[in-house]
Design a protein around this ligand. Sequence first.
Ligand SMILES: NC(=O)c1ccc[n+]([C@@H]2O[C@H](COP(=O)([O-])OP(=O)(O)OC[C@H]3O[C@@H](n4cnc5c(N)ncnc54)[C@H](O)[C@@H]3O)[C@@H](O)[C@H]2O)c1
Length: 279
Amino acid sequence: MNVKYDFSDKTAVVTGAASGIGEGIALAFAESGASVAILDINMEKGQETAAACEKLGVKAKAFLADITSEESLQSAREGVLETFGTVDFLISHAGVAKVPGLKTNPFTPPIKNLPLEHWEILMDYNLFGAVRVTNAFLDILKDKKDGKVVYTASVAGLKAGSKKPHYHAAKSALINFAKSVAQECGPFNVNVNVVNPGWVYTPIYENLIDVVKNPAWGDAYKDCKTSQEALDVMAKSLGTFLQRSQSVESTAQAYLWLCSDGARELTGQTINVDSGWIV
Ligand SMILES: NC(=O)c1ccc[n+]([C@@H]2O[C@H](COP(=O)([O-])OP(=O)(O)OC[C@H]3O[C@@H](n4cnc5c(N)ncnc54)[C@H](O)[C@@H]3O)[C@@H](O)[C@H]2O)c1
């Protein structure tokens, strides 16, 4: 990527930054000179991300933070303030597309077959997780009347999806929640926006090859051997205008831009970084 930002006097907090898109976001901020706080439940990988950021010449540290626990986020907040002194960019990115611990979403429509417990877990991670992250950090940005918040939802939040209705509903709720935060933050000069990634190959898709072999997915995937290939077929066959899936790096660019002065008049908005699917 050759777009340059100078965030050398800024500190970014990124949840879910140990892996996947979140790791890419952390590295993109580090490349732009920002100090980076990596908040994740996976400390081993979080520390690897922090080390990779430090190699780019910035201050970075991993903090144990579970978005399903207010106490855990409170303790991460204390660690972040002790280490960095402030927060300028709050990237609430951690979320899950399936119940943690399950290999796939073991669900066949109709919707009544989906256990209520699975609904509760996906709402807890994808909506309440973002609410908890917001509650833990937003006052820092509001107090200094300066800052940016970016939530990661998903294109799933704008579309129906009978295979994962709980995920679609949770991300949809998150998109709306972000608008309320944007309204509250307007008088405090804090911009609040949402990025909807589309089809980005990360560990979230590592079992996709098993999923698409289910006859319910039809013949389109019969020649696929890896999950990465299956994701490319999926992005094309779903009709993305650019006929491709997205990379972690290209997706991370949207977060940088939303935190830059170039996006200073954007708030309460949702950007689909999906190669032209939601159009
Ligand atoms: N990959 C895609 O194509 C895609 C598309 C749309 C939206 N998203 C969204 O992007 C986000 C991350 O997806 P990804 O593909 O990078 O996944 P990923 O599995 O690579 O990364 C998720 C990260 O979140 C962390 N995490 C999990 N539970 C946590 C918790 N309780 N507290 C803190 N951290 C936790 C994991 O340890 C991991 O580091 C999710 O919100 C997902 O819904 C991804």
